[in-house]
Design a protein around this ligand. Structure first.
Ligand SMILES: C[S@@+](CC[C@H](N)C(=O)[O-])C[C@H]1O[C@@H](n2cnc3c(N)ncnc32)[C@H](O)[C@@H]1O
Length: 225
């Protein structure tokens, strides 16, 4: 049994850490939306849309819905490992009738390792990832060199990966990883003062309210020679 920790914030404004549930944590496991099994095509989840964007670890989903509103031509695939948030966000998507958003529950690293075709993704958003601080939890980290290999396969030439975090050392780590990766270029735009997309994730709302700095890294997929 986990205790409820409530804060005076709306559903959209709360961050993933802020609400711990008193419900059985296994409750959503069976009903959370899943990615297709085996190899699957990201470009066939909603055929006919012009661009494909990913929101990895979307938590309570504010950034996913904000982006859908901002980019009516985009097909958005959100992947979240927490069953409760994946279920709730997909439930909201169904209530709103937004077919351009696909929600998958699971580890983005595993799901995207099975995704095809190469070069089909235009943009990847990773807002405030890796809320793991203990050394033994290092293997849980989403952003790593092998995961950049996966993204490098899926993102088209000129496509973008956008990371944000309120932890400076993490931002430096992400910048170093993408700078060292042969498929990504960060030379012009690496650290950004402003969010160029003008959309807020739940965690970014909280970071601003708490007066925390936000560090942003934008990387571009190099052309395939
Ligand atoms: C600090 S929260 C940020 C949530 C949201 N992006 C935001 O900015 O409000 C990090 C989120 O990433 C999710 N996450 C962590 N590792 C993941 C993985 N490998 N695959 C999918 N989601 C992951 C966590 O469950 C959590 O919801």
């Amino acid at each position: 049994m986990v205790l409820v920790k409530l804060r005076p914030a709306t559903w959209e404004e709360m961050t993933c850490e802020e609400m711990q549930v008193s419900e059985n944590p296994h409750r959503y496991r069976a009903i959370a939306p899943r990615a297709p099994e085996g190899q699957f095509r990201l470009d066939q989840v909603a055929p006919g849309t012009r661009t494909i964007e990913l929101d990895l670890g979307f938590g309570r989903g504010r950034s996913l819905f904000a982006r859908a509103e901002q980019e009516p031509g985009a097909h958005l695939v959100g992947i979240e490992v927490k069953t409760k948030w994946a279920f709730k966000v997909d439930q909201r998507r169904r209530e709103l009738g937004i077919e351009r958003i696909a929600v998958y529950c699971g580890d983005a690293r595993e799901i995207l390792s099975r995704a095809e075709p190469e070069g089909c993704v235009d943009r990847v958003f990773i807002h405030f990832p890796d809320p793991w601080w203990k050394k033994r939890h290092g293997k849980r980290k989403l952003v790593s060199a092998p995961f950049l290999d996966t993204l490098g396969r899926l993102v088209r030439s000129g496509g973008e990966i956008f990371f944000q975090t309120d932890v400076e050392s993490r931002a430096e780590e992400y910048a170093a990883l993408v700078s060292a990766h042969s498929l990504f270029d960060t030379s012009r735009d690496c650290f950004l003062d402003e969010n160029p997309f003008g959309l807020l994730s739940n965690r970014e709302v909280r970071a601003h309210a708490d007066g925390l700095p936000v560090y942003r890294v934008l990387a571009r997929r190099r052309s395939i020679s």
